[in-house]
Design a protein around this ligand. Structure first.
Ligand SMILES: Nc1ncnc2c1ncn2[C@@H]1O[C@H](COP(=O)(O)OP(=O)(O)O)[C@@H](O)[C@H]1O
Ligand SMILES: O=C(O)[C@@H](O)C(=O)COP(=O)(O)O
Length: 418
């Protein structure tokens, strides 16, 4: 293995696994840190999907270090810490504390910090993160149920999370070819986490090449585009392998309240059976799982959707009544149990919207490894769990995907080209 990735959530891990696979790396995505040795010596990139974005910082650090040690023992020459392209975190962490621990573990002098993902509208300029033409803090992310992003200056936000000195690699330095010199100066000045501007794929490719000798790289999936090339890995000339897909009934679950998901839900509900859960439903998990399962089975064959997705004002009112963490945990547990029961009832294709929600659902199957299939929309691949039964997943990041994502995902999981 050349590249080892520690993903702080499941959709994000699929996102970077997709990037590495497109860049030609033979990639596998693990659900949590595997036990035992890497069996397949031909794997070039391993992505360990954790669910550490919203847990306590010391727990996130401990889990990330365990993942890092497994990757290093199994040959990883470079470690990537993957977080969200919207830098989802709170002032208490977890990006700073985890990056800090990984730097120490790998004895690395510094690491780049670059969430930019231009293909999905996330660009970083003068240390500020934009989503499309909006600053992060005006993009809708300021209303996220768990990690409201209220400051677009990534240098300032990261500095709240770490005692390490935070530096900045400006776009002008990168584009004028001064980046190596700027990083040497940063190292001399004791800067350890270097927020790097990037507004295009070419910028990300340049940053990736600069990171060739770095033991640790941190960022969104964009920063990984150039990394396989540093190891002499090239994309297959003939393109992706044929993907057979998985047949059988499909359903969609959404615990994402992000704006892209809200648009996708509104579009899908117009012509498909859907069932909406509200916060009061979540207080009686057994009853709600039973009624949702009944709904899914009744509409088997029509791609039924169950969602707790709600508008920001509704989410904050419900959180004020019942508690943010409590509601999140209740919904996640409900979706996880429902997914397992639906598979027992014969469903085989699963589309899940939301990173935390996807983490809860995918973990419930006790799987260890997922194969990376074709890309459905930028940053969202098909993932295959080659078990008994064989299942196909689309784990969609909250703000990814076009308006008709759900419908196209159902086709993609079957192996139909979009
Ligand atoms: N109606 C709701 N009220 C409060 N919290 C909710 C509601 N619906 C979902 N949640 C919680 O909000 C969080 C959404 O996060 P996530 O699944 O990562 O979505 P995204 O990818 O859009 O960020 C989850 O923990 C989920 O359980
Ligand atoms: O980098 C990204 O935006 C995604 O890969 C990601 O991490 C998304 O997280 P969620 O929006 O919480 O699904």
């Amino acid at each position: 293995m050349k590249i080892g990735v520690i993903g702080d959530d499941f959709t994000g891990s699929g996102d970077i696994a997709n990037t590495l696979a497109k860049a030609g790396a033979r990639t596998v995505q693990y659900v949590g840190t595997p036990i035992g040795k890497l069996a397949d010596g031909s794997i070039e990139a391993a992505v360990i999907a954790l669910k550490t974005r919203s847990v306590a910082a010391d727990d996130a650090v401990a889990q990330s270090l365990t993942a890092c040690r497994w990757l290093v023992v199994n040959g990883a020459e470079q470690i990537v810490f993957k977080y969200c392209s919207t830098f989802d975190s709170t002032p208490e962490g977890n990006i700073g504390p985890v990056a800090e621990a990984l730097l120490a573990e790998l004895d690395a002098p510094l690491a780049l910090v670059c969430p930019a993902f231009p293909a999905n509208g996330r660009t970083l300029y003068n240390g500020h993160l934009f989503v499309g033409d909006r600053l992060l803090s005006e993009s809708g992310m300021e209303n996220h149920p768990l990690t409201p992003m209220t400051d677009p200056d990534i240098r300032r936000w990261l500095s709240l999370q770490t005692r390490l000195k935070v530096g900045h690699l400006a776009l002008q330095s990168l584009r004028s070819g001064d980046a190596e010199a700027a990083l040497s100066l940063a190292k001399r000045d004791g800067e350890k986490l270097i927020v790097a501007d990037a507004i295009s794929n070419d910028d990300l490719m340049a940053l990736g090449r600069i990171a060739k000798t770095h033991r640790l790289v941190t960022g969104g999936s964009g920063i990984a585009m150039a990394l396989p090339g540093n190891f002499g890995i090239r994309p297959a000339v003939e393109g992706r392998l044929q993907f057979d897909g998985v047949c059988g009934p499909a359903f969609i679950l959404s615990g994402s309240c992000s704006s892209a998901t809200r648009t996708q839900i509104a579009a899908y509900c117009r012509s498909h059976p859907s069932m909406r859960l509200d916060a009061e439903d979540a207080l009686d998990p057994d009853a709600v799982v039973a009624s949702c399962l009944n709904f899914l089975i009744t509409h088997k064959g029509s791609g039924p959707l169950v969602y707790s997705t709600a508008e920001p004002s509704e989410v904050s009112a419900a959180q004020a009544r019942h508690g943010r963490e409590r509601l999140a945990a209740l919904f996640e547990a409900i979706f996880a149990e429902l997914a397992v029961k639906a598979v027992t009832a014969g469903f085989r294709r699963l589309v899940v919207a939301g990173g935390e929600t996807s983490g809860a659902v995918a973990s419930a199957f006790g799987a260890s490894a997922l194969e990376v299939g074709p890309e459905i929309d930028a940053g969202v691949p098909v993932l295959i769990l080659d078990g008994e039964p064989r299942l196909a997943f689309a784990l969609k990041s909250g703000n990814f995907g076009a308006c008709d994502f759900f419908e196209r995902a159902l086709h993609a999981l079957k192996g139909d080209a979009s």
